[in-house]
Design a protein around this ligand. Structure first.
Ligand SMILES: [Zn+2]
Length: 219
């Protein structure tokens, strides 16, 4: 039913820029001005603690405006019709940030707790990045799991976020990441406590390097 309604909406409302609403040629297209204003690929500042486990984190854009609406639409309203816009955004941003795809053996999505994923119907990090990275010949591997449910991170300060995430992730029993150069992917980055907790597990298991890539950040 949900998909049927989505198809009807797409028929009634023609393709438009997700940021300003101007009509565009095809679904997934942004208008030139909004794409130029939203594409802000940048390396994020990390604390000394973070730098012990992460070799760098990059974000493709800022978490506001059209990009924030797309992410929120996908996560909280489960609108998969946002994906073509997100993918065209990834394509344009990646051209401006080629170093992210340097030495990477595998990409690993930040996992949701199994109950949360069932409730949402998908893991947004996987939906955003899996096909896109596979197209770039980067292996996508679900080797991490969230072993306990965590409180929502919003409203917590950096220290409490870190405590909230401690021990929340585990490596699959059959996963061998020794010597691997890993790209952790997620939808958004705020204080980095989630990426940091995932990176710690991978490092302890012998990963050679762990870098992070997120769609958007408010940093
Ligand atoms: Zn626009």
């Amino acid at each position: 039913m949900e998909r049927f309604m989505e198809a009807i909406c797409e028929f009634i409302f023609p393709a438009h820029c997700p940021a300003c609403g101007a009509y565009t040629k095809a679904r997934g297209d942004w208008c030139e001005e909004c794409m130029a204003a939203t594409c802000r690929p940048h390396r994020l500042p990390l604390s000394q603690d973070m730098l012990r486990v992460l070799d760098g984190v990059w974000a493709f854009g800022a978490y506001h405006g059209g990009l924030r609406n797309l992410i929120r639409g996908l996560k909280y309203q489960r609108r998969k019709s946002t994906l073509p816009y997100i993918l065209s955004f990834l394509d344009t941003s990646a051209k401006m940030l080629p170093e992210v795809f340097g030495p990477v053996d595998i990409a690993v999505p930040v996992p949701l707790h199994v109950r949360k994923e069932k409730q949402r119907g998908f893991n947004q990090a996987e939906l955003i990045f899996s096909d896109w990275l596979i197209d770039k010949d980067i292996l996508f591997w679900h080797c991490l799991s969230r072993v306990r449910q965590t409180a929502p991170q919003y409203g917590l300060d950096a220290r409490h976020r870190e405590e909230n995430m401690r021990g929340a992730f585990a490596l699959a029993a059959d996963a061998d990441v020794r010597g691997k150069r890993i790209l952790l992917v997620d939808d958004i980055f705020t204080t980095g406590s989630t990426l940091g907790a995932c990176a710690l597990v991978l490092r302890k298991a012998g990963a050679k390097s762990v870098r992070g890539l997120v769609l958007a950040s408010d940093r």
